[in-house]
Design a protein around this ligand. Structure first.
Ligand SMILES: [Zn+2]
Length: 135
């Protein structure tokens, strides 16, 4: 069942002055989301190729949240979303789905920002893949 996001940043659906904001979390390459030695994709509900443009090598992931005034570090009503980098197609993820993807986002961010080198990157990816094998 598709779960389309209807909440866009800045278009608060309630009448209070709480604003919904969006934070880009990072990207995951499509090939990283296959379970080890299988054709099975981690996000069974979502197509590896974007259903809209069919033209994505990776997916972006972001988090939409409400930031209450007076709580500078607080983020409420978090919604995790998968976003096609090519056409912007956006689908909400369940928390359970996001939990599978989160380690990949983090290790990709570490590598892209130069905080880990390529051998450390590959080592960490292997560890993640082995964990997925058991799901
Ligand atoms: Zn697309």
């Amino acid at each position: 069942m598709w779960n389309w996001s209807t909440l866009l940043p800045g278009t608060g659906s309630d009448k209070s002055n709480l604003k919904r904001e969006t934070e880009l979390l990072g990207k995951v390459w499509k090939h990283q989301m296959y379970k080890l030695d299988s054709e099975e994709w981690l996000l069974s509900r979502i197509n590896p190729d974007c259903e809209n443009c069919n033209n994505n090598d990776y997916y972006n992931f972001d988090m939409s949240f409400i930031k209450p005034y007076g709580l500078p570090l607080g983020k409420l009503h978090k919604i995790f979303r998968i976003v096609c980098p090519n056409c912007g197609e956006t689908i909400e993820l369940d928390v359970e789905e996001f939990i599978h993807i989160d380690p990949l986002i983090k290790v990709n961010n570490l590598f892209e920002s130069g905080k880990i080198d390529e051998s450390e990157y590959k080592y960490r990816l292997q560890k993640i893949e082995r964990r997925y094998h058991k799901i």
